[in-house]
Design a protein around this ligand. Structure first.
Ligand code: DC
Length: 230
């Protein structure tokens, strides 16, 4: 397999710092940043608004029809801000960034129709641009031929602390314990689903960021990419 030098994948559980780090790394490399979690959140919103119950039987066809109407546009947010997302040209950036929508996104992400559709969209973006792709299955499923793969982890408590700070900064009042419980549930669900579960690719460099700051992680990644590129 010829490895693609212009694709960097960063996978890991929620709150490990993937978004901030991926965005900074993309800027330093002059690559496009691809926030695939935002895509799953947009699909979560679409499914929720449609009233479709994914737990019910035989929803596959309806889900596929719904996905046929899907148009997602992502735009890099301002510095320190998360990706802006548009669903069929409507700005849904705020609507997708709630703790509830994170859980909905995790739920819809287990549906094979959803994974197939988003995997296709993500690969199309990777074919067009040099990218830093952030998610859960970037190195394992979507871009197995990427030359540079990272798996970014941190303890659940540290990740919950970071998420909690983010919510407070956005004036969203959420209890720390609630965030920790949601992170633990999402870890369990995302890692145990049968399709594209959250796990490091065999050839990924695993980084535990619990005791590292953002700059340290980014500079380690940059050094690794430059070394691999030779
Ligand atoms: O990274 P995030 O918190 O925005 O992701 C929201 C959910 O989307 C996450 O719990 C699982 C799902 N997801 C996925 O299954 N595969 C990806 N590549 C990215 C996200």
């Amino acid at each position: 397999m010829v490895k693609k030098k212009n694709i960097v994948t960063i996978d890991g559980p929620s709150g490990a710092g993937k978004s901030t780090i991926s965005k900074m790394l993309a800027a330093k490399l002059h690559y496009t940043y691809l926030d695939t979690g935002a895509m799953y959140r947009v699909v979560g919103l679409l499914v929720e608004r449609s009233g479709l119950d994914l737990e019910a039987e035989n929803t596959g066809k309806k889900l596929k029809q719904l996905l046929d109407t899907l148009d997602i546009t992502l735009a890099s947010g301002e510095e320190g801000q998360e990706t802006r997302a548009f669903l069929n040209n409507e700005d849904v950036s705020d609507a997708i960034r709630t703790p509830e929508m994170a859980m909905v996104a995790s739920r819809v992400s287990a549906a094979p129709e959803v994974r197939k559709k988003l995997t296709e969209m993500q690969r199309a973006m990777g074919n067009k641009n040099a990218i830093v792709a952030e998610g859960r299955d970037m190195g394992t499923v979507v871009f197995p031929d990427a030359k540079h793969k990272f798996f970014l982890d941190a303890t659940p408590e540290e990740r919950a602390r970071r998420r909690h700070t983010q919510f407070l900064q956005n004036n969203q009042q959420v209890e720390f314990e609630e965030i920790l419980a949601q992170i633990q549930k999402r870890d369990r669900d995302d890692s145990s689903r049968s399709l594209a579960p959250l796990k490091p690719a065999e050839d990924a460099v695993v980084i535990d960021s619990s005791e590292m700051n953002i700059e340290e992680v980014v500079s380690f990644m940059l050094k690794t990419v430059h070394q691999n590129q030779k």
